[in-house]
Write a protein that binds this ligand. Sequence first.
Ligand code: UDP
Ligand code: MN
Length: 262
Amino acid sequence: YLPTIYGITPTYARLTQKADLTRLSQTLMLVKNFHWIVIEDSDTKTKLVENLLKETPLKYTHLNMKTQKSKHSSVLDVNICIYKTSAISRWYCASGVEQRNIALNWLRGHLDGIPDKRGAVYFMDDDNTYSLKVFEEMRKIHKVGVWPVGIVGGMRIEMPLVTNGKISGFNAVWKPFRPFPIDMAGFAINATLFLIHPEAKFSRKVQSGFQESEILKYFTTKNEMEPLAENCTKVYVWHTRTQKPSILNPKKLKHPPIPDGH
Ligand code: UDP
Ligand code: MN
């Protein structure tokens, strides 16, 4: 028996989107019993993502939900992304909050309607790099499994520390005071638990870097977490980030460019 892996991926329009989604989808084609939930950060579903999904042999669900942005720091609506006006604080708007939440609601409805509610839920950025081995690890999960993540938080490897098979701490240096100082790519959750905890969701009430802690608090404690990837000694996922390309303005070029649409 192979539990289904539900991969939840928020995505947004940008120059590298198709390249990132192509690379990720072709990794996912090698994963058995995988269901990809892709949520576009937009008011409508785009042709680009729709066509890309249609062309894959993957089992998928295509959703969309635009992040609401507000310039008014007085706005207290937790569903709106606020940017701070003070000189020191920069834009802060956690990405993927509403998108992951609608994916979780879709998942609850889906699991309600099917007899086999088993599976693992993995929150996957569209530009990370995933070894097939990380998916094998998450099929072992009872409640919440954790593992190291490469190139994140200012470190080569950010990882849970394991003593006698239990999580004794974390090596994170970026905001180590977080309840769970780990990246989204470093854990997966038993899908059935989302039915047991219908209230579990991400929130805009928390500061940057606390989304992982926000969702994990519903399901686990440090002592309960299951160390995977050979007791957290192996790196099977990397928080790679695709560089934003700079494209030259075709109007300023001496010679006519190759037409668009490729
Ligand atoms: N994302 C999004 N809307 C945005 C910015 C990001 O849906 O406005 C998605 C993005 O496609 C990715 C996830 O949210 O799947 C995390 O964003 P990103 O990779 O930019 O975060 P970082 O790697 O910088 O932590
Ligand atoms: Mn990323």
